[in-house]
Design a protein around this ligand. Sequence first.
Ligand SMILES: Cc1cc2nc3c(=O)[nH]c(=O)nc-3n(C[C@H](O)[C@H](O)[C@H](O)COP(=O)(O)OP(=O)(O)OC[C@H]3O[C@@H](n4cnc5c(N)ncnc54)[C@H](O)[C@@H]3O)c2cc1C
Length: 318
Amino acid sequence: MKVTEHIKKANGNTLFSFEVLPPLKGQNIRSLFDHMDPLMEFNPPFVDVTYHREEFVYKKRENGLLERKTVRKRPGTVGICAAIQNHYQVDAVPHIICGGFSKEDTENALIDLNFLGIDNVLLIQGDTRKPEREFVAEPDGHAHASDLIEQVVELNNGIYLDEELENAKPSDFCIGVAGYPEKHFAAPNMETDLKYLKLKQEKGGDYIVTQMFFDNQSYFNFVEKCRESGITIPIIPGLKPITSSKQLTILPQLFHVDLPMELSKAVEACKNREEVIQVGIEWTIQQSKELMEYGVPSLHYYSMGKSASVYEVAKALF
Ligand SMILES: Cc1cc2nc3c(=O)[nH]c(=O)nc-3n(C[C@H](O)[C@H](O)[C@H](O)COP(=O)(O)OP(=O)(O)OC[C@H]3O[C@@H](n4cnc5c(N)ncnc54)[C@H](O)[C@@H]3O)c2cc1C
């Protein structure tokens, strides 16, 4: 079932959903299910699975020279989605990225997903390939999520890359896109970012999932600005409980988000990791309660391979 249908069916009640990462290469599906099992108690109608492209790592050879290797640390998004749907009978939402994919690769991935009975995709540009600093599109690929949306919409209309196909069957994917309450880091300003977010809706985006944020006011302002700009699709807030004091500096670096003073002070005052985890849980519960009162379609948690904090948050709310 489509994410938008789940939202409609909930009839104004807030859903619980979360995002998982494919396990590191070498692990098996059980390691992911062990992480997901406790969270399934709260009946998520859909679960997102991230996509991780290859990256370059440099290994020092005996002669002192550096050897460049290409590695994919977390492969398996498509297979994991099929395994989740099969094992839990919930909808899995694979993230599909522009980076590293030609249009042909994208079409083949979409055909696989269609055969597997996957109804939803979250379409994004994808992170830059480490250690590169700028995103580079494939020569025959897509530069932006909006271009990727166009391809999926074409397929939904039965238009494949091979124009000579006869009697080609259309897919019917529901399309999620990413939004940034604190602006995407590469956008010169919020207005420009919103212009492109609106373009994603116009091209066929059905709903938005936001980057994590720690101050609900940034989400409320974002929703208001989106609505003023004519963005009408559901905007699902993304939340992440803090689990270590290191995250006070890592999260702003990685995700370009602000942490409120009150939260950073509370984390700094903690004497050990357990106390930090507790602060993270309580902060996220407060955020979630306020967002629920506001009437958000779903509370979407970034579990990042650790379910314990999300479990405690969900237990307090669902
Ligand atoms: C909910 C969520 C899930 C994510 N999941 C993953 C994942 O699984 N794997 C992963 O690698 N990364 C993931 N990311 C990170 C994401 O790939 C990065 O944030 C990326 O830098 C931007 O992705 P986007 O789809 O928002 O890009 P885009 O929509 O392409 O936007 C990127 C930048 O270009 C601008 N822009 C947009 N469209 C155009 C256009 N047509 N012309 C010119 N400029 C334009 C925007 O303003 C923005 O500054 C996720 C992010 C979010 C919020």
